[in-house]
Ligand binder design. Structure first.
Ligand code: SF4
Length: 245
């Protein structure tokens, strides 16, 4: 199978519209071992609208759309594909060079998950593991690189965790400015295993080019209050001008 050159995706617990209620996203942090999977899959986290023939997701998280927007500065539209994670075999093939994954809490280490699923495998972590198992299988057939970024990327930034999940590079921070160079370098096989990066100018944050889950938009980044323990606080506070919203 030919496959798409650049495939962007996220695990199934993120590729959902949560029935229009983002509070259901907290339920995705619940224990997979105690609640039947279909309850999560069908009741709280139904899959995003997807083309059943190609596996293309019609809506995506804002973070994936942001990376897509950055890549469109250098790639053709037809080279970039946003995929439903349950249908990766429909779009990954011989021509696939890079798979980009957006993560929120891939190993279930964030506060909500450790509160709702103490000592248990959470739905969100189970779905991430299952997606990675599929990607590892596909990697054995095809020669592509796997890049991971997003708010929960820090959880994967250890060599053993990357190896287990089939990841080549973890990007921590804001990838807007470097995404295009990074994917082009990944195509050549020339990428570092770990990258910390932050946006220098709000003008360099690309505009999104497609619909987001529940029409979510990004109005600001960072926080500005300065709590020492907070990951959000690592990013400088940026407010998007009204004309960009
Ligand atoms: S820095 Fe973090 S914890 Fe503190 S107010 Fe902002 S978002 Fe909340």
């Amino acid at each position: 199978m030919a496959g798409k050159k650049i495939v962007l995706t996220a695990d199934r617990s993120l590729m959902t519209n949560y029935r229009g209620n983002f509070l259901y996203g907290f339920i995705a942090c619940g224990p997979y071992e105690l609640v039947p999977e279909w309850v999560f899959d069908k009741v709280f986290c139904p899959p995003v609208e997807t083309d059943p023939n190609t596996g293309e997701a019609k809506v995506a998280q804002c973070g994936l759309r942001r990376v897509e927007g950055a890549l469109l500065r250098g790639y053709k539209r037809e080279d970039i594909f946003i995929a439903n994670p349950d249908m990766l075999e429909k779009c990954i093939g011989e021509d696939t060079k890079v798979v980009g994954i957006n993560v929120m809490d891939p190993l279930g280490m964030a506060p909500v998950t450790t509160t709702m699923s103490p000592e248990k495998l959470s739905y969100i972590a189970m779905k991430f593991k299952r997606m990675c198992a599929k990607i590892i299988q596909l990697k054995k057939q095809y020669n592509f690189k796997v890049l991971v970024g997003g708010n929960g990327a820090w959880e994967l930034a250890k060599p053993d965790r990357m190896r287990i999940h089939g990841i080549d590079t973890v990007v921590i921070g804001e990838a807007d400015e470097v995404a295009l160079d990074l994917f082009q370098d990944a195509e050549k096989g020339d990428i570092p295993p770990l990258l910390h990066t932050f946006v220098r100018s709000i003008d360099n944050i690309p505009e999104i080019q497609g619909p987001t889950v529940n029409s979510l938009i990004e109005a600001m980044r960072g926080c500005g209050r300065g709590c020492d323990f907070c990951d959000v606080n690592k990013r400088s506070k940026k407010d998007f001008p009204l004309e960009r919203l």
